[in-house]
Design a binder for this molecule. Structure first.
Ligand SMILES: Nc1ncnc2c1ncn2[C@@H]1O[C@H](COP(=O)(O)OP(=O)(O)OP(=O)(O)O)[C@@H](O)[C@H]1O
Ligand SMILES: O=C(O)C1=C[C@@H](O)[C@@H](O)[C@H](O)C1
Length: 294
């Protein structure tokens, strides 16, 4: 999944005076994360086990086995882990609930964050599937309808809210029920704000089959995804804005001088989420040396 989905790293343009402005991460490290921060891919490659075409064989990518690439990836991993350790102290066991539209990266970014924090990752859609013993959310919608799914989704969030030390990727529609916010307020909520075009491109790449609210009868995958996401995002904008922390990919890209949000790696986004969470909790953000968190 990762190897084929990430966008070409070579197209990223970096303006050194802008890098790191919002995040408090040393500019040289942040540049490397954005420019070549592909630790998960390198991890796969080092096992010689890429699921699709290896990045090293693709013309639009930096050579994956180049010593510098591995080195910078290790630095990115180190920085993420360090931030994770700092934020873990600030969180003091509170869980993080990631909210956002379908395809916003809650699962991808959440898994990376959970590893950095030493937290357990839970995907609430999967939790509901397992509770019901059904294969997919699409099947639940088809057999039992949306309301039935939403009831189980609320139950799942209630149960998860009573545990600590979790990063939870919530379902894209979890925000529409006020009671779910009561559950999520037991921890910290983070909204991943991704432009609809980028969401539609990501979802079109894998098809709309697994996402019942986008799986219309006609239209190509991008158009179906775009129309569905656009409509839902308008309806949900206010709900998403209730999150404690918002991480806007447009803002992050602008602050980093990156032209296209698709060029932001999951590691960079996960690191930014941790930085913003730390900021929300009152921790040091201007420098890695400032650690004012209790
Ligand atoms: N930063 C990124 N750059 C490019 N592709 C990404 C990025 N983050 C996630 N993706 C891809 O986008 C798709 C959706 O990601 P993911 O499953 O993490 O989103 P989600 O918010 O959990 O979605 P859903 O709510 O529908 O389950 C996946 O194919 C994933 O590989
Ligand atoms: O945005 C939504 O309403 C949904 C998102 C998915 O995560 C699933 O929870 C389901 O497909 C509904």
């Amino acid at each position: 999944m990762e190897a084929s989905a990430w966008s070409p790293v070579m197209r990223v343009s970096i303006h050194s005076n802008r890098v790191g402005r919002s995040s408090g991460i040393p500019p040289s490290l942040l540049k490397q994360i954005i420019y070549r921060g592909l630790p998960r891919i390198v991890g796969h490659l080092s096992l010689n086990d890429c699921g699709g075409p290896c990045p090293s064989t693709r013309g639009d990518r930096a050579p994956a086995f180049e010593a510098g690439n591995l080195f910078t990836s290790l630095e990115a991993t180190w920085l993420l882990k360090k931030k994770g350790q700092e934020v873990r102290r600030c969180l003091a066991g509170r869980s993080i609930f990631l909210v956002g539209m379908m395809g916003s990266g809650k699962t991808t970014v959440g898994e990376i964050m959970s590893e950095a924090l030493g937290y357990t990752f839970i995907d609430s859609d999967k939790y509901v599937e397992q509770t019901l013993g059904l294969d997919s959310v699409a099947q639940i919608f088809k057999q039992c309808g949306e309301k039935f799914f939403r009831d189980y989704e609320s139950d799942a969030l209630q149960q998860l809210s009573m545990m600590g030390n979790l990063v939870v990727a919530t379902g894209g529609g979890a925000v529409i029920r006020p009671v779910n916010w009561e559950y999520m307020k037991q921890g910290l909520s983070v909204y991943l704000d991704v432009p609809v075009d980028a969401l539609a491109r990501r979802i079109a790449a894998v098809g709309t089959n697994s996402r019942p609210l986008l799986d219309f009868d006609s239209g190509d995958p991008y158009t179906k995804a775009f129309i569905g996401l656009f409509t839902l995002s308008k309806k949900r904008a206010q709900s998403y804005s209730s999150a404690d922390v918002t991480v806007s990919l447009l803002d992050l890209a602008a602050n980093l001088g990156v032209e296209d949000v698709s060029d932001l790696t999951p590691t960079a986004i996960a690191t930014e989420v941790l930085v913003q969470v730390e900021k929300f909790l009152g921790g040091g953000i201007d420098s890695l040396d400032k650690r004012t968190c209790p």
